[in-house]
Design a protein around this ligand. Structure first.
Ligand code: NDP
Ligand code: 2IT
Length: 447
């Protein structure tokens, strides 16, 4: 709960000016609450307008995306790019293609991205974009025509030193290929304007793995501080996309057994441990449904509905699907089943109620901004390699990623302790991420 009168007023203004955008309100409320002790110590952040400014995106771009489907019919989607904050570097953040996308969702993601990117210590500002286009069930040709139309408009606003998009839900290697190809064609330049590119055209080794691996590196640090590790632990991972697959891979390498994964239709439970090669074949290979796991492993179980996955008993839960996928009730079920750590691979997957439940129960909780920052950190490493026109080995990038995740854990822990909330990584990540951005904004004067 926010109690500071000024911050309460800022929150009321955000609600008034951004009506009908509950996810954005949720993201802002959490950060403002964490900042109470910060503005007490540094009143200049209020006096110089930094707080008022940081909740307002620098620029919102919204556009029509017309494309022609396989039957010859014209389809119209909406495209968005929210350039939230460029205080510490060019806007950086993914593109999400999902039917649920709207301005409020992109705003919440861009806002969170600003603090996440700051935590990486790399010079990247915050942005996010996407469309309500649904790639599910579309042919490659349809996805290509959509991506080309989307980029035809977006290219006016982005650039390697201005704004560098990447993937998110529904945007993977295939989409980035179509988007980069169209940018190159229209602008006649070959620069690192997108990250998550294919390895033959400027992509970085280990970018594909980075969010999931980084999530496990972060979780490992949380566990280490409590005198334990992944070894021998039972893990539940929601989702079965990019983040979920590589979180499962790394958790397994670190000695854990992942017993459940999901998609938006349902979840699989395999008491013997998930066969990740089978999941990759279904999801990365043929874009199938998680239910098809049973074709290869009939001894496993499939349950309709994705939220049931939180009733599976586990030591560690890694939500890697989407926002608000763990509500208060699911959090209670996890706690009742003895979960010891929850770390967020997805953006804002836990509702405020769920976070409260975990914190009250004394469970280790790694918030998204910190725990899933490995993806964007490695994107920034891809930008560096593109600028230098060279490429690092997988091991080099992975080692840098590992170091960055350890450092994020340390700075979030240290900030929590410094501001009197030891062990509260939600507050610690918000504060540590905020300070670098806010100090830069102060340096610029009114901005
Ligand atoms: P993908 O598109 O690769 O996978 C998304 C997965 O989540 C799929 O299994 C999908 O199931 C499931 N999912 C999506 N929407 C819903 C929903 N409304 N309810 C239930 N399940 C859903 O995306 P990513 O793995 O890239 O992204 C997953 C999360 O991680 C997102 O929150 C994203 O913002 C976050 N993230 C991603 C990063 C990256 O580098 N890619 C970096 C940091 C965070 P289905 O196939 O049925 O839709
Ligand atoms: O939410 C995220 O951090 C991402 N989707 C990755 C963004 C990026 O620019 O790599």
């Amino acid at each position: 709960m926010i109690t500071n009168a000024y911050l309460l007023e800022v929150m009321e203004n955000v609600k008034k000016r951004n009506q009908g955008e509950p996810e954005f309100h949720q993201a802002v409320a959490e950060v403002l609450e964490s900042l109470e002790p910060v503005v007490e110590k540094y009143p200049e952040f209020i006096e110089k307008g930094v707080i008022d400014s940081i909740v307002e995106p620098e620029r919102i771009i919204k556009f029509r995306v017309p494309w022609v489907d396989d039957s010859g019919k014209v389809q119209i989607n909406r495209g968005f790019r929210v350039q939230f904050n460029s205080a510490i570097g060019p806007y950086k953040g993914g593109l999400r293609f999902h039917p649920s996308v709207n301005e409020g969702i992109i705003k919440f993601l861009g806002f969170e991205q600003t603090f996440k990117n700051s935590l990486t210590t790399l010079p990247i500002g915050g942005g996010k974009g996407g469309s309500d286009f649904d790639p599910k069930g579309k042919s490659d040709g349809e996805v290509m025509r959509f991506c080309q139309s989307f980029m035809t408009e977006l290219q006016k606003y982005i650039g390697a030193d201005t704004d560098v998009p990447a993937g998110d839900i529904g945007v993977g290697a295939r989409e980035i290929g179509y988007l980069f190809g169209q940018y190159k064609r229209l602008r006649d330049e070959y620069t690192g304007v997108l990250t998550g590119k294919g390895l033959t055209y400027g992509g970085s080794l280990a970018r594909k793995e980075a969010t999931g691996y980084g999530l496990c590196y972060f979780t490992e640090e949380m566990l280490k501080d409590s005198g334990t590790s992944f070894a021998g632990k039972t893990v539940v991972v929601s989702g079965s996309g990019n983040v979920a697959i590589y979180a499962t891979e790394k958790a397994t390498t670190l000695g854990a057994k992942v017993v459940a994964m999901s998609d938006s239709n349902g979840y699989i439970y395999d008491k013997n441990g998930i066969d990740l090669a089978a999941v990759k074949a279904i999801k990365e290979g043929r874009r199938g449904r998680i239910k098809e796991y049973l074709d290869v492993h009939p001894e496993a179980e499939y349950h309709e509905g994705c939220s049931g996955i939180w009733t599976v008993k586990c030591d560690i839960a890694l939500p890697c699907a989407t926002q608000n996928e763990i509500n208060g009730e699911s959090a209670k079920a996890l706690v009742a089943n003895g979960v010891m750590a929850v770390a967020e691979g997805a953006n804002m997957p836990s509702t405020p109620d769920a976070i409260h439940t975990f914190q009250q129960a004394g469970i280790l909780f790694g918030p998204a901004k910190a725990a899933n920052a490995g993806g964007v950190a490695t994107s920034a490493l891809e930008m560096s390699q593109n600028s230098m026109r060279l490429s690092w080995s997988f091991e080099e990038v992975d080692e840098k990623l590992h170091g960055i995740m350890i450092n994020i854990y340390k700075s979030a822990s240290a900030a929590a302790e410094e501001f009197g909330m030891k062990g509260n990584l939600v507050a610690g990540a918000n504060i540590a991420g905020f300070l670098k951005v806010a100090r830069s904004m102060l340096a610029y004067g009114v901005c």
